[in-house]
Design a protein around this ligand. Sequence first.
Ligand SMILES: Nc1nc2c(ncn2[C@@H]2O[C@H](COP(=O)(O)OP(=O)(O)OP(=O)(O)O)[C@@H](O)[C@H]2O)c(=O)[nH]1
Ligand SMILES: [Mg+2]
Length: 293
Amino acid sequence: MDDRLDAAKAGDRRALARLLSSIENGELRFSEPHSEDSGWKILALTGPPGVGKSCLLDRLLHEWVDHGHRVAVLAVDPSSPRSGGALLGDRVRMSVVDDDNKKNSVYVRSVATRKTSGSVPLVVRDMAFCLLHVGWDKVVIETVGAGQSEVRCAAVADRIVLIEGPARGDGVQAEKAGLLELADAVIVNKSDLDGAQRHANELRESLHLGHEDAPEVLLVSALHGDGIAEASSMLLNLEQSTRASRARWRERLLSHHERLLLEHPEFDSLLSKIEEGLMSFDDAYAQLRNGNE
Ligand SMILES: Nc1nc2c(ncn2[C@@H]2O[C@H](COP(=O)(O)OP(=O)(O)OP(=O)(O)O)[C@@H](O)[C@H]2O)c(=O)[nH]1
Ligand SMILES: [Mg+2]
């Protein structure tokens, strides 16, 4: 591990990829690196499928690299199986990784959540810590805000940004998914399409209900570049909202609890015993909670 760590620190991307795979396979853990910096280190971009998270992130990476940042991306991919280690699978290819002047300041890696044996959010968290350890300034986690596990992936970040699209006529779905209460900022993408402005207004309304310190809601078009410069600097200077902090700690506690259970050496055998009626659920759960930590 030390050799790989030194090599990764020296810029060897294959060594870094191997370290990240070891974390993914549950063979390695990383703890949070010490930082003097008061700004964020890990940012999550989350939102419904196809809303334009990757396109927007590509635009942001161009801006941030121009400002001298070195940024790593973890694209959490709940659906597509990883094809031979191909970066990003079938996702939109980011132009920034093809830009000769910028590609050394960007690292993109997809996380094959189907392959991880442990708790996905904590695997993602440890991968982010690893990237910071080896010298990346900032880590962005792109995650589809679909299921509970993906919401928890966002909750490992220092800042959470919800990406939305034009109104679809079914209200504010993010509210139902519990995403709105986690968000430090909201960006409505596809401002070039009808309904984006309307959805931004709906979101502002939901966010202001009962809250003084509602997060900012910005409108952008990742396709045309409108609003990107503003979004880029707003995100770089984003503060953590106190409103979101309880919800975030809640998700983090639940992630740890899940890991405690999943990583118990007897997890699979206890599961079989419950299934075969050889052990009661309560006894099995009690044994799992007695824990391995
Ligand atoms: N009209 C319009 N289309 C956009 C905009 N941004 C992205 N798109 C399109 O939306 C589609 C999805 O974009 P992605 O960036 O892959 O969206 P995503 O949220 O990353 O998707 P998943 O990772 O699959 O959840 C693509 O066809 C983009 O070209 C925009 O600002 N306006
Ligand atoms: Mg994407």
